[in-house]
Ligand binder design. Structure first.
Ligand code: WT7
Length: 670
């Protein structure tokens, strides 16, 4: 825990007076009305049971919630269902087989639309394929794929046969893949030769090869989707082409129903230590809440809406709001392989126009990038199909919110700023677009059925107008069921802080305004949020000190106008390693600049390109308390160009002068 005040510099948010109520027309046709809150509050478990009934169950549950083993929840006890059947087959059986499930848009401009009937066949074949490769219920399958139909099919095929998928974001390094494959003890990896990004093919299979060469794993096979067409090495006894295996399989598959608490997936996310946490989600409760929130927050009309979530399948947003939520709801959606600026900066809006997208879900960092590119770019496209605009991943600043509403939403689309986490599995705090009067920058309040509060250090609810820590006060269906094989860390991370009250500690600071609406203020722990991606300071520090030239490293998340936070590292080099001639912390000498470049690369190799520090400062000292704790607060002051705060607890108060002097002469890295 750092000594950070979450509300730092954000108190002006609470002076925000603008309110945007939905139009009478939107409100009248909305899926949810204001009475949903009271109905859910009066009978919370009854409310969730009604949401669960939106799914197809083979066996009905006997009890909605068993919380007797808290913090280990069981939802829909005794109920059985199959997640893939709920996402695919049941829509076909209901006569909607010809409806498009997914419009895939490749970065080079190729596209492919798959109906629910076609998706059912693909998932059936993939399920047979998994079984033919020896994958049994409970086995772990690692998925390292670009955004593709095959990624969705792979996940659903795992769910169908009761295997647990562990999707690894395509930007992660060989080391990160290795760590995840080992921790989950995966027996199969599904990857692709490569994918398209920024107009080029990036290799995936070679990175998997490198990961699996690190030491023995239990991976028996690597299934390879052909996408990039790039040259790849091949191990005959281990590697198989996806299409070869798929083509041999029947297109019909008899699915088995699994207990509601059957593990569905593990997804690794950064915590406050160097080791990522394997967040474990199960089937019935997760699918219930993913489907409910997708329907409620987007006011989904499955017959007419076209939905597009711009996240990658490697993050939880892709799990819950590309795969499980929208498909359980029978939605038609767009998935896009590439980046927003390839081949031009209007690409997103071209896609909205092409598919008549009506519900858009993206991240504040993306919106800020579009703001930078200028509003004349979206103005060239017909965005009149848009109906609801979603935001997720980090606090959205009021300027970006207003721009999103005006330039993209034509002042007519409600904005839903949705707060949740990998751990919560699905949205927790969000406006209801047909009900809420939204405010630029506020996620408003907990969704019906969800119980959140802002409390002080002692767990006491703070009054309106005050700030504190965000907690979830009641269990919810999509809550994580633990950390993969690490019960102690699960209890410690989320449940120890407010053990007495039994609250879940989210790690975020928040404020309540005079109406009781919630304003999320960012993490209060050592987790950074870079472009909506969670990265721990310790993880980057560990990566840096694993380089032979580095003696010590301290990392902070500094405010950044585009990415929200940016990674800034302060590094002490080992004795004998030449940092720079001036010795003043600058990286302007030739060898200093070369070392900085090498260290940035080293972090990319250790974790992935998303963790590359924006800036690395070579310093001679780090600010520490007398007990040896690094005072990141002071480093953040330096990194954000502020006057350095109170240094009285430093063991050596002159350290900050040294660092600040060095920084003044250092140039930011590109
Ligand atoms: C952390 C969770 C939720 C899926 C993507 C990120 C921050 C997320 C918001 C929001 C303010 C937000 C929080 C949270 N966050 N959404 N709407 N407003 N902050 O999932 O990687 O698990 O990160 O993202 O700090 O704790 P994640």
């Amino acid at each position: 825990m750092t000594e950070r005040t979450p509300a730092e510099g954000l108190s002006n948010l609470l002076t925000e007076q603008r309110r945007f109520a939905p139009s009478a027309e939107f409100a009248a046709a909305a899926n949810y009305h204001a009475d949903a809150y009271a109905a859910a509050a009066a009978d919370r478990l009854g409310f969730w049971a009604r949401q669960a009934r939106r799914l197809d169950w083979e066996t009905e549950w006997s009890e909605v919630l068993d919380w007797s083993q808290a913090p280990f929840a069981k939802w829909f006890v005794g109920g059985t269902l199959n997640a893939a059947v709920n996402c695919v087959d049941r829509h076909v059986l209901a006569g909607r087989g010809e409806k498009v499930a997914i419009h895939f848009e490749g970065e080079p401009g190729d596209s492919r639309s798959v109906t629910y009937a076609e998706l059912a066949q693909l998932v059936a074949q993939a399920a047979h394929a998994l079984t033919s490769l020896g994958v049994a219920p409970g086995d772990r399958v690692a998925i390292y794929l670009p955004m593709s139909i095959e990624a969705v099919v792979s996940m659903l095929a795992c769910a169908r046969v009761g295997a647990i998928h562990s999707v690894i974001f395509g930007g992660f390094s060989a080391q990160a893949i290795y760590d995840r494959v080992i921790d989950a003890d995966a027996s199969l990896v599904i990857t692709a030769d490569g994918g398209y990004r920024r107009g080029k093919v990036f290799a995936l299979k070679p990175i998997v090869d490198e990961a699996l060469a690190k030491s023995a794993t239990n991976v028996a096979h690597v299934l390879v989707v052909k996408r990039g067409g790039n040259e790849i090495a091949w191990q005959d006894s281990r590697d198989l082409w996806w299409s070869d295996v798929m083509d041999q399989q029947p297109t019909v598959h008899q699915a088995q129903a699994f207990d509601a608490e059957t593990p569905l997936f593990i997804l690794y996310t950064s915590g406050t230590t160097g080791k990522p946490k394997g967040i474990l989600h199960t089937t019935g409760g997760y699918l219930t809440q993913a489907a409910y929130t997708h329907n409620a927050a987007f006011d989904l009309k499955p017959e007419t809406d076209v939905y597009w979530c711009t996240a990658d399948i490697g993050w939880v947003t892709g799990h819950s709001y590309i795969v499980y939520g929208p498909l359980a709801n029978g939605a038609t959606q767009v998935i896009y392989e590439g980046t927003p600026d390839t081949p031009h900066q209007g690409r997103f809006w071209e896609i909205v126009e092409k598919y008549r997208v009506s519900l858009l879900y993206t991240a504040p960092t993306t919106i800020r990038t579009f703001m930078k590119w200028g509003e004349d770019i979206p103005a060239r496209y017909d965005l009149s199909s848009l109906r609801v605009l979603g935001s997720v991943g980090e606090p959205i600043n009021p300027e970006a919110w207003m721009w999103y509403r005006r330039v993209i939403g034509g002042e007519r689309c409600p904005i839903v700023d949705t707060w949740w986490q990998t751990e919560t599995g699905a949205m927790m705090i969000s406006p209801l677009p047909g009900v809420s009067a939204t405010k630029p920058g506020s996620a408003t309040r907990a969704l019906p059925g969800v119980s959140a509060d802002v409390v002080d250090e002692n767990g006491q609810s703070v009054p309106n107008g005050a700030g504190g820590l965000l907690v979830l006060t009641e269990p919810w269906p999509a809550m994580l069921r633990g950390l993969w094989r690490d019960e102690e860390r699960f209890r410690e991370t989320y449940w120890s802080r407010f053990a007495q009250q039994g609250f879940y500690f989210a790690g975020d600071g928040a404020k309540k305004d005079d109406d009781g609406d919630l304003w999320l203020l960012g993490r209060v722990d050592d987790v950074m949020n870079v472009s909506g991606h969670r990265i721990s300071t310790t993880e980057v520090e560990s990566a840096l000190v694993s380089h032979p030239s580095v003696a010590e490293a301290a990392v902070v998340g500094a405010n950044d106008p585009t990415t929200g936070q940016a990674i800034v590292a302060f590094v002490i080099v080992r004795g004998g390693v030449h940092a720079n001639s001036a010795g003043d912390g600058s990286a302007d000498s030739e060898s200093g600049a070369a070392l900085v470049a090498e260290l940035r690369n080293h972090v990319a190799i250790q974790i992935g390109a998303i963790a590359k520090p924006r800036q690395i400062m070579i310093v001679t000292e780090l600010p520490k308390t007398r007990s040896g704790k690094i005072m990141r607060r002071l480093l953040r002051d330096v990194a954000e160009d502020r006057a350095v705060g109170d240094v009285t607890t430093l063991a050596d108060s002159s350290v900050m002068d040294l660092i600040a002097q060095g920084l003044a002469t250092a140039k930011p890295e590109d």
